[in-house]
Every structure is written in C-alpha cells, then in structure tokens.
Design a protein around this ligand. Structure first.
Ligand SMILES: [Ca+2]
Length: 242
C-alpha cells in the first residue's frame, strides 16, 4: 500500500517537473521574443518585411522637416533622370518611411533643371496610387532660404493633415527639398503598409522604394505566434500526460 502511494507521488512529481519545464520554456521563449522586439530597428522595405527583420537591420537617423538635410545623409539616394538626358544630368532623391510618416528628399541636378518642381508626385502604398503636389502657400514665388511647402492631394486639392515640407533655395546651388505626410493619408491605409514607392514624371522615370519599415506591428504578430505556439504545446503535453 505504502509502496503504491510512493509510486503515485513519484508520478505526480515527474508530471510537475515536466509542466515546470514547459512553463520555463514558455517564459524563455516569451523573453527571447521581447528581446527581439526591443532590439529591432528599421530595415530596407524593399527587402521584404517580417522574414528579414533583424537580419538586415540598419539604424537610421529620424527625419525632421526643417530645411536642414543632414538627416538624409544616412539614407540611400537614387538618381532620377530623363531617358534622353540620363548620361548628363540627374537629380538625387530618397524615400523613407517609419511607422507614422513617409518622407521624401530631392536635390535637383546641379547643372540643368535646377529648380523645384512639386507637381505630379505619385506615391504608391501597397499598389494603391496616391497623387500629391507640393506648393508654397498661395503659390507664392520661391525666394532664397527656406520656403514652407504645403502638401496637397492632387485630387480635391486639400492640404494633407499633419503634412509639412520645405524647399531651400541657395544662390549658385540646385533647389533641395524635404517633405512628409502621414501614412494614414493613403487611401484605405493602415499602419501595416508594407511597400511605398514614389515616382514623378517631372523629375525622371525611375521609381523609388521607401527605406525603413515599421517592424513593431509585424514583430508583435510574430511574438504572439511564438507565445501561442508554446502555449499550445504545453496544453497538448498536459493532455497527453493525463
Ligand atoms: Ca531635415
């Protein structure tokens, strides 16, 4: 009788140890997921989302729209040129996004077509088109120094809420500008937009793809999956141990 009791106690102890072991694994998995989440930084959007998180991570300086362009130095720039003139002149441009805004930087060619052009900007978020224009308030002439820009929807001409831009004109230099508008402005937009591109027939024929990805929503989804998977494993173990 006593022996049976001891055997039963031993079985219960082993079950407890097994459950404790799985609980510990669950805690470690959750901790690892959180560490991954906290250590995440923006990655190149063109490299493809969740799978690349953490493998191609690069830390970028946040963009401030202020007519100072040093914050663009660490962002990859592309050449925008016209096919009939690509060998001679090109503009330099970069598209960047974070989890709230999309940002554009353009510096015109130093040798020809040096002046600002804010018309016919086509931003595309996950293949949905959004035409935007950038103009000075009341369409006033651009003067030397920093000029405030309004960012408007080309369709309807409304100023985009929470948008801002500056174009800088300096004697002997090509015009340079930066602007931003919120991701929420995109038609049917959610914060889970994966790919944003920019093109403008007035500046060149190339298509820019935004650098920077809001890793948080994707990683949260990933973390939830890890925890759910571990939880399911524990449940199965408990059930099969009965
Ligand atoms: Ca800036």
């Amino acid at each position: 009788m006593l022996r049976c009791v001891y055997q039963e106690l031993d079985v219960i102890k082993r079950k407890d140890v097994r459950i404790m072991k799985w609980n510990r694994i669950a805690v470690i998995a959750a901790a690892m997921a959180m560490m991954l989440l906290l250590s995440s930084t923006p990655v190149a959007a063109s490299s493809g989302g969740l799978i690349d998180v953490g493998t191609d991570a690069t830390s970028y300086v946040p963009i401030t729209i202020d007519g100072n362009y040093e914050d663009w130095q660490d962002k990859p720039h592309s050449q925008l040129s016209y096919s009939w003139d690509s060998g001679n002149n090109y503009h330099s441009a970069a598209l960047y996004r974070d989890d709230t805004y999309v940002y554009l930087h353009v510096r015109m060619s130093p040798t020809s077509y040096t002046q600002f052009n804010g018309y016919n900007y086509l931003f595309r978020a996950d293949n949905k088109d959004f035409y935007v224009l950038a103009i000075t308030p009341n369409n006033t002439s651009i003067v030397e120094g920093d000029n405030l820009l309004e960012i408007r929807r080309q369709n309807g001409y409304q100023v985009i809420y929470d948008s801002v831009g500056y174009v800088t004109r300096t004697a002997g230099q090509p015009d340079e500008w930066e602007l931003r508008f919120p991701l929420e402005a995109f038609p049917g937009a959610s914060k889970n937009i994966r790919t944003i591109t920019f093109q403008c027939s007035n500046l060149g024929e190339q298509v820019l793809t935004a650098t920077g990805t809001p890793t948080l929503p994707f990683l949260l989804a990933g973390t939830g999956f890890v925890i759910a998977a571990v939880g399911y494993g524990i449940k199965r173990r408990k059930r099969s141990a009965k």
